[in-house]
Design a protein around this ligand. Structure first.
Ligand code: APR
Ligand code: PHB
Length: 402
């Protein structure tokens, strides 16, 4: 039975909305999630699979990390392939941190199971969700379901509805500044029940284009090749995909890769996007609703978790301590970390992909930077720090070198 009122109305039941709902519930704060798709549809989306240590720790804090700790794969390094060879970046040796390989679908599954277990309310297949009055002290959301219009009064609205959601779109254009860069290529991704070609991820810079060898488990792999934005997934047979992937890998990987039928195949565009600020009165944006990164740096899910960590703390402080310091500082605190992840994701994409308009000198400059990167402890450390995830700065920024 849907209530007429809740403390926090959350729009979107992806990782951001579900994780926020869990953290708020754990703190005794009432919340309702309203999602336009079905739960099965949400679970069917194939997304990223690399969790920063801070994200894994946050799942533990939320009480949903047990399966991730049991089934997730601890990775201490990644490999960069270029010039026919592979070069390892020793993430753990350089930073003392590792990442956890655990599919986003599994994170979503664990969060949905936890929400069901505590009896959390999620209205799935909600049509025409609309936020109202978020510039007042009495916001609400409405939606249509089973032929009825529903209204939910609340004290805050969390816009966790992704890049194409209604939350950011409901903000007056004069109140938000958008920063966007679209990349001149896409990623063709394939999921297959085959063993990984290597025990760690391989990012390949090749003259034919970028390739990535990732995984979901010891028996399930996730591979990507850079493709044209004009490509349609129907044009790519499994055979064509595996052939192109092999061409972009070093000889050892190309020789040893185990291929098999695709269980999922799709093409996604790449973009960098940030909407500023992330708070509008009683509407607060989190995750893809506020920012998008190209997937190269595996930052999307981790940035969402970072926003949710700050937002949950701010809302708990409001309801429990009657302080709005966290709410008032939410946007600035998130954006400092968001922009650093945007920069890293743009840099790593620029370094590893083939850009038609940068010509032969562009590839020479990429190769020089890759040679420097793998040959310099300082450069490798800088990359590793960003890849494993930068520390949180919960308070106003104070440089460690100040
Ligand atoms: N009304 C209700 N729900 C909506 C609406 C709407 N108008 N528009 C979108 N949604 C739902 C989507 O169906 C989706 O389930 O909001 C959810 C948004 O989820 P994501 O797009 O996954 O965004 P987020 O939860 O922020 O996750 C961020 O995790 O998805 C991965 O790596 C990916 O970067 C992404 C990160
Ligand atoms: C994935 O496994 O989907 C993945 C891994 C690392 C990335 C991007 C995607 O950088």
């Amino acid at each position: 039975m849907l209530p007429k009122r809740t403390q926090v109305a959350i729009i979107g039941a992806g990782p951001s909305g579900l994780l926020l709902g869990q953290l708020l519930h754990n703190a005794g704060i009432d919340n309702v999630i309203v999602e336009r798709r079905s739960g099965d549809y949400v679970l069917s989306r194939i997304r990223a699979g690399v969790l920063e240590q801070t994200t894994a720790d946050l799942l533990d804090e939320a009480g949903v990390g047990t399966r991730m700790r049991r089934e997730g794969l601890l990775h201490d390094g990644i490999e960069l392939a270029f010039g026919g060879a592979r070069h390892r970046i020793d993430l753990c040796g350089l930073t003392g941190k590792h990442v956890v390989i655990y599919g986003q679908t599994e994170v979503t599954h664990d969060l949905m199971d936890a929400r069901r277990a505590f009896g959390g309310i999620t209205a799935y297949e909600a049509a025409d969700v609309q936020p109202h009055g978020f510039d007042t002290a009495t916001p609400s959301i409405t939606w249509r379901q089973e032929g009825h219009t529903r209204t939910l009064a609340c004290e805050f609205i969390a816009g966790c509805d992704g890049y194409h959601g209604v939350s950011r779109a409901s903000i007056p254009a004069s109140s938000i500044t958008s920063y966007e860069r679209e990349y001149p290529f896409g990623w063709l991704g394939i999921l297959a029940d085959t063993p990984p070609v290597s025990h760690e991820l391989i990012y390949s810079n090749h003259e034919r284009g970028f390739a990535l060898c990732s995984m979901r488990s010891p028996t399930r792999t996730r591979y990507y090749v850079q493709c044209s934005l004009e490509d349609r997934v129907e044009q790519w047979s499994d055979e064509a995909f595996w052939d192109e992937l092999r061409r972009r890998l070093d000889p050892e990987a190309a020789e040893s890769i185990v291929i098999g039928p695709s269980i999922e195949k799709s093409i996604a565009p790449l973009r960098s996007f940030v909407g500023e600020p992330m708070r509008f009165g009683r509407l607060l944006l989190a995750g893809d609703a506020a920012h998008i990164v190209p997937p190269t740096g595996a930052k999307g899910l981790n940035l969402a978790a970072s926003d949710v960590r700050f937002l949950a703390r701010a809302l708990i402080e409001h309801f429990m301590d009657r302080s709005d310091a966290g709410i008032d500082g939410y946007s600035d605190t998130c954006l400092r970390r968001v922009w650093k992840a945007e920069r890293f994701s743009w840099w790593f994409t620029s370094l590893t992909h083939r850009f038609p308009d940068t010509g032969a000198i562009g590839r020479k400059l990429q190769r020089a930077e890759l040679d420097y990167l793998v040959g310099s402890k300082a450069a490798s450390t800088a990359m590793a720090e960003n890849y494993v995830g930068l520390p949180f700065e919960d308070t106003t920024y104070n440089s460690p070198f100040a």
